[in-house]
Ligand binder design. Structure first.
Ligand code: 5AD
Ligand code: SF4
Length: 439
């Protein structure tokens, strides 16, 4: 019986969102049901991110706020998980006397035991790395509300050590899940009515490369595409250096693979890319984008850019601006560089002030806004196949995704939910389209 309430707040990437769903699944076995109200909760968990600076302070602030919920006489449990927990470990317990649990990114499976301990008054921190393929077996698959689209973890961790990035230190070495487990999970999801899977990993392009007898990522996509009931496949995140010819070819000949790719460039300058240790240059990046567009002309490319990396000159930054014009991203996630402790770029001297970095970010975002607007306009009048996922925000409106991943809202009957609708785009907004159903 679910007679206790769990409030969980998630920061950072899709990995964390997925881990939070796993936590909810696991703790339901202990009788916890999710709630959106921390004041009503018997347990409060923060699932944290440290990819950019200020993460710890943010968590500390939030923890300080949450303290008010820890009332005397009520055995409320407060815990911190995710990447800040992984990084800070025991220190968090020392700093926050009302904190009960700290669990690292590889220790979710210990959580039920830790919660039982906390109910007896124990305070515990577990941040041990598990760097063998046991790691992926320890985590339960996500159960819960049925949805049309689900994320499926195919690999975890990262071996790239880009010079600015803390991920390899907090998420550990790259580990690929066995393909037979992935395929059986996807088949099971298909049986439950899931129509779209998003294959998830920090660097999915290198899936299987370091594991004997496992297919490479392109082959894995082919195998997933053979599962009946699954109509759409997407994946995230890709590293441009590992974007193989075979994977590019998939976009040409696997109709279920959607025309959408997130391909973070980080910079358009060769000098900066070298300092970032990205393993590709501007030309080879652009070449991959060109080849993707030649096999799938309507592919929607999104990216990540870091501005103000140590040593980034005005000329380097302008190279990034021209990269945006050449790639023509439909959407871009842009960040101001922040040094992360323990990464190799943290040793590099920074010359730019915060204000200078922000000024570059503003220029970049301005340019991207225009490009997004221009690309979005080209969709007006086109016909899009929309997988209708649910009600829209407005009354009598439905909402779903086009093949390229953009959200499309349109007026329609709720019995269309769960099916594909042919929708003509009539308006383009910065993050979505408005359409009209042709059915
Ligand atoms: N500073 C700023 N942005 C960063 N990212 C990763 N590390 C840093 C950092 N130290 C950005 C990258 C990455 C995204 C998830 O976060 O663009 O692709
Ligand atoms: Fe944040 Fe990276 Fe951890 Fe994801 S893996 S939560 S982006 S630090």
């Amino acid at each position: 019986m679910l007679d206790k309430l769990l409030y969980i707040e998630t920061f950072g990437c899709q990995m964390n969102v997925n881990d939070s769903e796993r936590i909810v699944t696991m703790l339901s076995d202990l009788g916890y049901a999710p709630t959106n109200d921390p004041s009503a909760a018997d347990m409060i968990l923060l699932n944290t991110c440290t990819v950019r600076g200020g993460a710890e302070e943010k968590v500390y602030k939030r923890l300080a706020n949450l303290r008010i919920y820890k009332r005397d006489g009520k055995s409320q449990i407060i815990g911190v998980g995710g990447c800040v927990a992984q990084q800070e470990g025991e220190e968090l317990l020392k700093k926050f006397p009302y904190l009960d649990l700290v669990f690292g990114t590889h220790n979710l499976h210990l959580l039920p035991d830790m919660v039982n301990g906390a109910l007896r008054g124990e305070r515990r921190s577990e941040t041990t790395f598990i760097d063998n393929d046991m790691r992926l077996d320890l985590f339960p698959t996500i159960k819960g509300e049925s949805r049309l689209s689900r994320f499926v973890t195919v690999m975890q961790g990262c071996d790239n050590f880009c010079s600015y990035c803390i991920v390899p230190y907090v998420r550990g070495r790259e580990i690929s899940r066995r393909s037979k487990d992935i395929l059986s999970e996807v088949s099971q999801l298909a049986d439950e009515g899931v129509r779209e899977v998003v294959l998830l990993g920090q660097n999915v392009n290198s899936y299987g490369l370091k594991t004997e007898n496992e297919p490479a990522f392109a082959e894995l996509i082919r195998l997933v595409s053979e599962i009946s009931g699954i109509d759409r496949i997407r994946f995230t995140t890709s590293h441009p250096k590992d974007m193989s010819d075979a994977l590019i070819a998939c976009f040409g000949d696997i109709p279920k693979l959607c025309g959408q790719i997130h391909l973070p460039a980080q910079s358009g300058s060769d000098a900066v890319l070298k300092l970032m240790k990205r393993g590709y240059n501007r030309d080879s990046y652009l070449d991959k984008v060109r080849r993707l567009k030649s096999v799938r002309p309507d592919i929607a490319v999104t990216g990540d850019i870091i501005v103000g990396f140590p040593g980034e000159s005005e000329a380097d930054f302008e190279q990034t601006l021209t990269l945006l014009e050449e790639v023509r991203y439909i959407d871009l996630f842009s960040f101001v560089y922040s040094a992360r402790p323990g990464t190799s770029a943290a040793e590099l001297e920074e010359y730019l002030t915060r204000a200078q970095k922000i000024a570059r970010l503003d220029r970049l975002m301005e340019l991207q806004k225009r490009i997004t607007r221009e690309i979005s306009q080209t969709y007006i009048g086109t016909l899009q196949k929309v997988l209708v996922e649910g009600e829209g925000k407005r009354p009598a409106q439905l909402s779903g995704k086009a093949d390229n991943g953009r959200i499309v809202n349109f007026a329609g009957d709720s019995n269309l939910i769960g099916s594909f609708a042919d929708v003509r785009i009539i308006q383009a907004y910065p993050n979505s389209f408005l359409g009209e159903s042709l059915k």
